[in-house]
Design a protein around this ligand. Structure first.
Ligand code: PRP
Ligand code: URA
Length: 214
C-alpha cells in the first residue's frame, strides 16, 4: 500500500506480515522466536520490494516443448544491514536472493544526542553497479538510515531501497527529505518517538531483543 503523503513509501499490509509483526512486538516474545520472526518478515518484505526487478526473455525446453520464459535480467543485488539489528534481516533475504552480496555498515545511536556514530564499513567492491537493499528493523529519528544512504551514495550507489519493520513518522520524513528517491518499505508506521528516541508503540530495542543483550 503506497503512502498517500509519500509516494516512495510502501506500507506492507499483507496479513502474514501483520500477524508476525504483532508477535514480534509482544514483550513476552523471547530472542529465539524474535530472531525467527525478523528473518521471516525480512523474507516476506523482500518479496514485495523486489517486484520492480527487470526480467529478460529466455527459452527453456520443458518435457513437452520449447517455450519462452522470463528470468531475472541479471542486475546484481547488495543487501546492506545496518549493524547490529539489521543483521537479523539478512538471512531471510539471502534465501530469496542467494547470489546477492552483503555489505555491512556499523552505526550505533549515541544515547544522548541520538545521532549515529559509525564504527565499521565493508562493502562489495562493485557497489555502484548493484541494486541496494538497506535493511534495519527500526527507522526512528532516521539518523542511522540517512547516514547509511549518504555513505553509500558517496561510494557511487544509485538504486537504493530501505527495508524496515517499524518506522516512525519522524524517520520517514527525515529520509524522504535527505534522499527522496530512496524507496522505503515498512511493515508498519507507528505513532511517534518518545523522549528517549524509541518508537511508540514499537517493539523496544531491536538489537537487544535479537541478541539477548538486555
Ligand atoms: C537501532 C536500530 C537502527 C537505529 C534507528 O540501532 O537498529 O539502526 O537504532 O534509530 P534512528 O532512526 O534514530 O537512527 P542502535 O543504534 O540501537 O544499534 P544496535 O542495532 O547496535 O542495537
Ligand atoms: N532503535 C530501536 O531498537 N528501537 C527503537 O524504538 C528506536 C531505535
Amino acid at each position: 500500500m503506497a503512502d498517500m503523503q509519500y509516494p516512495n513509501v510502501t506500507v506492507m499490509d499483507h496479513p502474514l506480515i501483520q500477524h508476525k509483526l504483532s508477535i514480534l512486538r509482544d514483550k513476552a516474545t523471547g530472542s529465539k522466536q524474535f530472531r525467527e520472526l525478523v528473518k521471516e518478515l525480512a523474507m516476506l518484505m523482500a518479496f514485495e520490494a523486489t517486484r520492480g526487478f527487470q526480467l529478460a526473455e529466455s527459452t527453456v525446453e520443458t518435457p513437452i516443448i520449447e517455450t519462452t520464459t522470463y528470468v531475472l535480467a541479471g542486475k546484481k543485488v547488495a543487501v546492506i544491514p545496518i549493524l547490529r539489528a539489521g543483521l537479523g534481516m539478512v538471512e531471510g533475504i539471502l534465501e530469496l536472493i542467494p547470489a546477492a552480496r552483503v555489505g555491512h555498515i556499523g552505526l550505533y545511536r549515541d544515547p544522548q544526542t541520538l545521532r549515529p556514530v559509525e564504527y565499521y564499513c565493508k562493502l562489495p567492491e562493485d557497489i555502484s553497479e548493484r541494486d541496494i537493499l538497506i535493511v534495519d528493523p527500526m527507522l526512528a529519528t532516521g539518523g542511522s538510515a540517512s547516514a547509511a544512504i549518504q555513505f553509500l551514495r558517496e561510494r557511487g550507489a544509485r538504486n537504493i531501497s530501505l527495508l524496515v519493520l517499524i518506522a516512525a513518522p519522524e524517520g520517514i520524513k527525515e529520509v524522504v527529505e535527505c534522499a527522496g528517491d530512496v524507496r522505503i518499505y515498512a511493515a508498519a508506521v507507528d505513532s511517534h518517538l518518545n523522549d528517549h528516541g524509541y518508537i511508540v508503540p514499537g517493539l523496544g530495542d531491536a538489537g537487544d531483543r535479537l541478541f539477548g543483550t538486555k
